[in-house]
Ligand binder design. Structure first.
Ligand SMILES: Nc1nc2c(c(=O)[nH]1)N[C@H]1C(S)=C(S)[C@@H](COP(=O)(O)O)O[C@H]1N2
Ligand SMILES: [Mo]
Length: 323
C-alpha cells in the first residue's frame, strides 16, 4: 500500500491520533465502570454511542458479550477521519471529506451464483434480516496500524442460511460499488475497479464474520463503507470490503483487488500473522491509532489478530505459503 514513512521507516502519526488527556481519562473511567457492570446494567444498548456522544442517525443494537475485545475503543473521530477507502482517494484524510457524494439509498445487494435461493435485498431488508448486535472488534491494517471499533451488524452466516449455497459453492466473492459519478478516486488506476474481495466459504460462515451496517451506535458513516460492508477481524483490514453491491457464491477462488495489484505482497488469505512479514516491512508489531504518540512503544501483533478460535480453519496449511 502507499504509506508515507519517516527516516526510521515508521509511518508518521496523524495529528488527531494524539488524544487530549481529559478525553483519555474520561474514557478510562468509562471502561472501568463498564468492566464493573455499572453502565452495562443501566443501558445495555447504544452504550458506545452515548459514551462518545455522536450525532448521526442512530441504529439500535444489543451488545453481544461474546464478541467484545477488552481494549479501549478508538475514538469516533479517529475511526471516521483516518480511513482507507481508495474510491475516495489514497490519503487517509481523503474519504472523510470526499465520501459525502456517496448515495447510500436506494441501495441493493444482489446475492447470486451457486445458491438455491438467489435474492436481491435492499438496505431496509438487510437491516431487518436478523437482530442487530454490537460487537467490539480489533481491526489491523496491513500497513501496521490498528483500531478497536464497536461495529453493528450480524453474522454473515445469517445470509448464507437464507440463500442456501449449493454443493458447488466453495468461496464467496464480494463486489463493491464502482461509480465514477460518486467516487472521485476511480479516476486513478491505483487499483483495478471495482474493488473485489473474497473468502473461503468456511471463513465466510464463521460467526466472527460480520455483515456490518453500523458503528458507534449509528448507521455506517460513508467513509467507513456505508451502507453495508463486511468485517473479518482476524484478517488484514483490506479483506473487509466496503460499500458492497454484489455477493457471489462461486466454485473457484475469486480474484481480489490487492492481490491483482501486488500478488507477491497481498495473498488471498491475508490472515494477520506476526510471523509472516510483508516484503517491505515487518508485521510483528502495530501502532494503535489514537493511543500512542512517539513515546509509547508499539504493541505486539497477535496471531489471527488475537482471534485464536479461527486457527482450526487452517489446520494443515502452511501459512507462510498461503499468506
Ligand atoms: N471498497 C473498499 N473497501 C475497503 C478499502 C478500499 O479501499 N475500498 N480499504 C480497506 C482497508 S485497506 C482497510 S484498513 C479498511 C479500513 O476500514 P475503516 O476505514 O472502516 O477503518 O477498509 C478496507 N475496505
Ligand atoms: Mo488496510
Amino acid at each position: 500500500m502507499l504509506i508515507k514513512r519517516n527516516a526510521n521507516g515508521i509511518d508518521l502519526p496523524f495529528p488527531s491520533e494524539i488524544t487530549p488527556r481529559h478525553v483519555f481519562e474520561s474514557r478510562r473511567t468509562f471502561i472501568k465502570q463498564m468492566a464493573l457492570g455499572s453502565i452495562a446494567a443501566a443501558a445495555p444498548d447504544l452504550l458506545i454511542r452515548d459514551a462518545f456522544a455522536q450525532s448521526g442517525p442512530k441504529l439500535p443494537a444489543t451488545r453481544n458479550a461474546a464478541f467484545m475485545v477488552m481494549d479501549k475503543p478508538t475514538s469516533y473521530k479517529d475511526a471516521t477521519s483516518y480511513n482507507n477507502f481508495y474510491e475516495f482517494g489514497t490519503e487517509k484524510t481523503d474519504p472523510v471529506g470526499a465520501a459525502g457524494s456517496l448515495r447510500t439509498r436506494p441501495w441493493t445487494v444482489a446475492i447470486e451464483g451457486e445458491v438455491r435461493k438467489p435474492m436481491t435485498l435492499d438496505i431496509d431488508s438487510l437491516l431487518k434480516l436478523a437482530p442487530l448486535e454490537e460487537r467490539i472488534y480489533r481491526l489491523r491494517c496491513v500497513e501496521g496500524w490498528s483500531m478497536v471499533i464497536p461495529w453493528i451488524g450480524y453474522s454473515f452466516s445469517e445470509i448464507i442460511k437464507r440463500v442456501e449455497p449449493t454443493g458447488n459453492a466453495k468461496y464467496v466473492e464480494f463486489t463493491t460499488l464502482a461509480d465514477r459519478k460518486q467516487m472521485p478516486g476511480l479516476r486513478s488506476p491505483v487499483l483495478e475497479w471495482p474493488y473485489v474481495e473474497g473468502l473461503r466459504l468456511d471463513e465466510a460462515s464463521h460467526p466472527l464474520t460480520l455483515l456490518t451496517l453500523g458503528m458507534y451506535g449509528e448507521v455506517l458513516p460513508n467513509q467507513n463503507g456505508a451502507p453495508v460492508r463486511i468485517v473479518v477481524p482476524w484478517k488484514y483490514g483490506f479483506k473487509s470490503a466496503k460499500s458492497i453491491v454484489k455477493i457471489r457464491f462461486v466454485k473457484d477462488q475469486p480474484k481480489t483487488a490487492w492481490n491483482i495489484s501486488a500478488p507477491q505482497e497481498y495473498g488471498f488469505y491475508s490472515n494477520v500473522n506476526p510471523e509472516v512479514d510483508h516484503p517491505r516491512w515487518s508485521q510483528a508489531s502495530e501502532r494503535r491509532i489514537g493511543e500512542d504518540g512517539f513515546l509509547k512503544p508499539k504493541r505486539k501483533t497477535l496471531m489471527f489478530n488475537g482471534y485464536s478460535e479461527v486457527a482450526s480453519l487452517y489446520t494443515g496449511m502452511d501459512l507462510k505459503k498461503f499468506y
